[in-house]
Design a protein around this ligand. Sequence first.
Ligand SMILES: Cc1ncc(COP(=O)(O)O)c(C=O)c1O
Length: 404
Amino acid sequence: MAKVNDNYLKLPGSYLFSTIGKKVNAYAAEHPDKKIIRLGIGDVTQPIAPTIIAALHSAVDEMAAAETFKGYAPDLGYAFLRETISEHDYKARGCDIAADEIFVSDGAKCDCSNIQEIFSTDNKIAVCDPVYPVYVDSNVMAGRTGSYDPATETWSDVIYMPCTAENGFAPSLPKQVPDLIYLCFPNNPTGATISKARLQEWVDYANKNGCVILYDAAYEAYISEEDVPHSIYECDGARSCAIEFHSFSKNAGFTGLRLGYTVVPKELKVEGVNLHPLWSRRHGTKYNGAPYIIQKAGEAVYSEAGRKELNAQVAYYMKNARYILEGLKGAGYTVSGGVNAPYIWLKAPDGMKSWEFFDYLLTKANVVGTPGSGFGPSGETYFRLTAFGTYENTVEAIDRIKAL
Ligand SMILES: Cc1ncc(COP(=O)(O)O)c(C=O)c1O
């Protein structure tokens, strides 16, 4: 008789953004006259940049001729893209990452949730609290997290590393040593970053204790300050303890096109076993490669014209971030983030809990944000707004909140 993976049954509620979607749809159905502004989910609103569109068109045309048609892509990605990534994202920053250590995929969400498959279910994970919920949920599905306590909204076998106002939303090294450490900087949802010296401490800790750091750099394009590392491989010794995830969603608006990559350095070993061939095997068996036309679009992201257009796009979103930050500060809110990341993290006012504040903003200002508790227990009295809206909507939303 067939049996289900009952780890799925342990997951509390539905995925955060499905719950938000349901609430917003119900409100919209009851109030069809209201203009709801969504600053909740981290989806972009600007169209794909012209240089990338041109690359897409030309790749589509290649598919129409027998001489240039492409079938299955290489499992690990086309060399033209892997070499371009290695050159621009790593060598140009002084990081020693070769093209064959880069695995192209259809996005960072799949990679950072699938990566746990190459590790034993006995591994103990540590996560920033709050953080992108996919890290914990994918480990729940694998049966690695123990039992769930609804009162504390925590899993018995997960090490939570609180990121609070007191520590500047950057966690301290955990006292109980984990096996796998998920780090995400710039962080979703807090927008906080970590200095290179602090990240070096994590790398040293991981190398000393035999941990693997799973470093999510999905928002690195938003870094504006000097001392903030764009890659964990800027730290000495990271090649022997870290895997890094990148996305084309936030820097280039590929949330719908889908492209990302993961770096697994060749000398990264666990119990004497190299992880590179394991991930390569997993990728080759379970994945058939990102589409050629999307990889060509990805290559155009690094062209001179592409970079110029995308810098302008990032600047557009960061102008929104400034409007949100300054507007809310002026209205007396306690806010952070928004300087090296497109997320603004605010304390819910008047002792409200985060879902209470969600309902309050939805019904009183018709503005949708994301309750902090959805990202971990330390987010309970916090709320996330994204800078990914249009400028006009962002201004209108913040002006409505200021008028409450
Ligand atoms: C921290 C983090 N990693 C990964 C992703 C997903 O990236 P992708 O669109 O490449 O799957 C997100 C999306 O919001 C994110 O916030």
